[in-house]
Design a protein around this ligand. Sequence first.
Ligand SMILES: [Zn+2]
Length: 208
Amino acid sequence: MIFDLETTGTSCQLDEVVEISAVKVVSGEIVDEFSTLVNPGMPIPYYASEVNGITDDMVADSPTFEGVLRNFLEFVGDAVLVGHNIHTFDMKFIQRDAQRYFGKSIGNDYIDTLQLARTYLPQLRHHRLVDLADYYGIDAEGAHRALNDCRMTQQVFEKLRLEMENPSDAAKKVKKCPRCGNILRKRSGKYGEFWGCMSYPECKYTQK
Ligand SMILES: [Zn+2]
């Protein structure tokens, strides 16, 4: 199950969901889709509309997130959730709102294709979804609308699975954090070079 959110901004404290989509995948094929705009109950800042093209007018008659999230959770069931940058972004929003509206957390396992891409394509300088689409020659038309991003993520994920089966020499050298599984990056500090977890500041693991 691939999913994606569009929001009013990047703050998990202040911002709200304006669109949520999911695509159900069986043997590499999309077999079902869920997608709706959401009325966030706040004005959408212009810089957010710039990115996703979603305006106040478009969501004026849309449902609020409480009902949408209920339908979304029903749609995904206990499937493993897959998405791009969901570890630090999308999961936090839906966890927050599941807590807020239903007083519970979401127990689904999830796979972040951003972490996969950093692990298996360390040679790329950037790992945004559009960078990966570009690398694999996948059509990125309509990027930053949730359903399009789900479809792109699905195609990227299929490619990344092949990388996982047959990792490059560069990928084999990538160091993983033993505490949280994210990637360790070489950093330099006061006392010289060290390896630090990319989940910093959430995960403070370091290695000499
Ligand atoms: Zn870590």
